[in-house]
Every structure is written in C-alpha cells, then in structure tokens.
Write a protein that binds this ligand. Structure first.
Ligand SMILES: [Zn+2]
Length: 166
C-alpha cells in the first residue's frame, strides 16, 4: 500500500499508544503487513514503461507521506508526539526497501523479511481507488482524533469518536 497510508495509520496508532513509543513502533510495524494484505495499487514493473510508472507514483507518494508525517508530528499533543513518530516510522519502515534500492542500489533488509513482505502484497493496477479510499478515511480519522486530543479528550474516547466519523 502507499507509504502515505501506512504513515496515516501510524499516526492513529501513536495516538492510541501515547506514552508507549516502543509498543507504538512495534504495532506500527505490524500494521504495515496488515495493510499490505488489503487490495492496493501496484504495476508490473517488468513490462515496458512499468518501472517509470512505478517511480512516478512512488515519488508523489513519498513526498505526500513525508508531508503527512510532518503534519501528524506537528499536530500531535506533546505526550503523544514521540509515540506518534515511533508508530509512523514503524509503519513506513518496510517500504524503505524500494527507496534505498533506488538511491543506494542496496536493500538492507534480510532476504526472509523481503520474501515475507513480497508474499503478503495484494496489489494490482486496479487498486488505486482502494488506496485513495483508505487514505481519505485515515486522514479524516486522524484529523478528528487530533482535534479531540487538543481539546483534552482521552485517547480512547477520541479514537472511538474519530473512527465513527471516518
Ligand atoms: Zn509494504
């Protein structure tokens, strides 16, 4: 799934596990694999033009994901900030493979991790609508949760309201 969606899910996890950054990182990491099982966008990079299409989408997604990470960090309440960053980092970590391979020609993850990450993918060229649906839903839930957190509502209560709003 787009790294932006992983980041938006991580922001929510950080809010739920505020003051527990290690747990937030671990749950963020697990959330990556869960989201990658959901049908999402992908293209055949072996066909002509496929690699360029993937790269163009990855560039946009990377910039959007970094922006989402910065925004979620800025709006997080102080007690939730470290856990939010940890959860977003955990949620995005596995997708660093493509960026590191592109820029440095090297994938630092062990082969077994790469194989498992590849195995859980449920991607197709038709998955773009699903990516957008997930992105919008996560962004709405994140925004509602952030507003409620700033008003002093507890994480449990704000998440319950935010999820029902999304
Ligand atoms: Zn992934």
């Amino acid at each position: 799934m787009f790294v932006t969606n992983h980041v938006l899910a991580g922001a929510l996890i950080g809010r739920a596990l505020e003051r527990r950054p290690v747990a937030a990182f671990a749950v963020g990491l697990a959330s990556h694999l869960v989201l990658d099982v959901v049908p999402h966008w992908g293209c055949d990079t072996s066909r002509p033009g496929g690699a360029d299409q993937f790269l163009a989408m990855a560039r946009r997604d990377g910039l959007l994901g970094l922006s989402a990470m910065a925004a979620a960090t800025l709006v997080a309440t102080k007690p939730a900030r470290l856990a939010s960053v940890a959860a977003m980092a955990g949620a995005a970590l596995l997708d660093l493979d493509k960026a590191l391979l592109h820029f440095f020609g090297r994938n630092p993850f062990p082969k077994v991790v790469c194989r498992f990450h590849e195995w859980v993918q449920n991607e197709s060229p038709d998955g773009l609508a699903n990516e957008i649906r997930f992105g919008v839903a996560f962004a709405v839930v994140d925004a509602v949760a952030a507003v409620m957190a700033r008003r002093g509502v507890s994480p449990e209560r704000s998440l319950a309201v935010a999820v029902s709003a999304g």
